[in-house]
Write a protein that binds this ligand. Structure first.
Ligand SMILES: [Zn+2]
Length: 379
């Protein structure tokens, strides 16, 4: 260690310290009002194990987000285990909070605050990891990954579907869902296009997803429902050549470009794009270059691309390519909250009858419905 010297500096200068991890925020968060009435800041920390003295596995014990020196969100224990996962580790034997030397992990963050309170201008993080001292030249508790908070309101858009009983599957914010953890290397860079994406399915008045066998596409009453443009804008992407797949809850890998199946991308201005995916083959009603109005029919809900069963995948993003963009937040102008589904997996996969809470209930305005909320978009 003697070979490593520190440059002498004045009393105001910070010292250098070795840390076993480095951390960065993938994409600066933008505030959004959730269907729970709270403001959410949603982002991901990307942690790399850069330990060299010596190289060794590092376990993260705590991640604290701070604003102006005060903790605003702490992840530890089982909550941290839920929201953190190493890249490339597919077995369940390696603890999710342990990063091997040279390895990388993601931590899915959801900082919330009361409505009406001002958004923090920036967030910092404190990481507590082990092993650390004694005998270590590395810090086991250190600050990392400062980020600004983007100061722009999430756009208010129209619902992309009509009617009652729409369930928000894989929705935002505080749970590790298929959308929230899909940080993907696309065209040489890491992106999270699905950060705020929703997979909409509809629960029938009888509380079911399908009438009869849930292995038959046409038994899903909402299969073929009209998908409506949520925004005004110009169509910049259309695919309408892929078949509807069979119902399959163990999908094989698929080419990134085909993942959305038949889809429409609408440029809504301000650097934002809306993406409507898994449409029925031959159902797309718009062409590239065409201008659309909110409420205009874009196509029909289907099961094309990387889709287990009929649903509409909807997201807003900062570029026209769905996976190679960053997911950005949005709020629906109106919906009526009908409660929250409590048996998502059995309901969606096994055809079980929906179980849902009676809260939150009632009319909501300018909010993003959250994971497993059930909403009525009206006629
Ligand atoms: Zn999806």
């Amino acid at each position: 260690m003697a070979a490593i010297g520190l440059i002498a500096a004045g009393p105001a200068a910070a010292e250098d310290h070795f840390t076993p991890l480095s951390a960065r925020v993938l994409h600066a968060p933008e505030p959004v009002r959730g269907g729970d009435g709270r403001e959410h800041l949603v982002y991901e920390l990307v942690l790399s194990n850069d330990s060299v003295f010596p190289p060794r596995a590092v376990t993260v014990r705590k991640v604290v987000a701070t604003a102006e020196g005060k903790p605003v969100e702490t992840l530890a224990g089982t909550h941290l285990k839920e929201m953190m996962e190493p890249f490339g580790v597919l077995d369940n034997k390696t603890p999710r909070t342990t990063i091997q030397p040279g390895g990388t992990a993601k931590v899915l963050m959801d900082v919330t605050y009361a409505p009406g309170a001002p958004a923090p201008h920036k967030l910092d993080h404190e990481l507590v990891v082990s092993p650390g001292p004694p005998g270590s030249v590395e810090l086991s508790r250190f600050g990392a990954a400062p980020t600004t908070v983007v100061d722009r309101p999430a756009p208010i858009i129209s619902p992309p579907l009509r009617g009652a009983g729409w369930v928000v599957i894989n929705g935002c914010c505080g749970e590790n869902t298929a959308h929230r953890h899909s940080l993907l290397a696309i065209d040489g860079a890491l992106h999270e296009g699905e950060r705020y994406a929703i997979d909409f399915v509809q629960v029938s008045p009888a509380g079911l997803l399908a009438e009869g066998s849930n292995k038959v596409l046409r038994n899903y009453p909402f299969y073929g429902d009209e998908v409506l443009s949520s925004t005004a804008g110009k169509v910049v992407g259309v695919v309408d050549r892929l078949p509807d797949g069979p119902i399959n809850f163990n999908l094989p890998p698929i080419e990134a470009g085909d993942a959305g199946g038949n889809h429409v991308v609408v440029a809504m201005g301000g650097g934002r794009f809306a993406f409507y995916a898994h449409l029925q083959p031959g159902s797309v009603r718009v062409k590239v270059g065409q201008r659309v109005r909110p409420g205009e029919v874009l196509g029909l809900l289907g099961n094309s691309g990387n889709s287990n069963a009929p649903h509409l995948h909807f997201q807003l993003m900062d570029g026209p390519v769905p996976l190679g963009a960053e997911g950005v937040p949005y709020r629906f102008s109106h919906f009526t909250a009908e409660g929250k589904l409590t048996n998502g997996g059995p309901f969606f996969v096994n055809g079980a009858k929906a179980k849902q809470t009676s809260a939150p209930r009632g009319p909501r305005h300018a909010e993003l419905p959250l994971n497993l909320q059930v909403v009525d978009f009206g006629p």
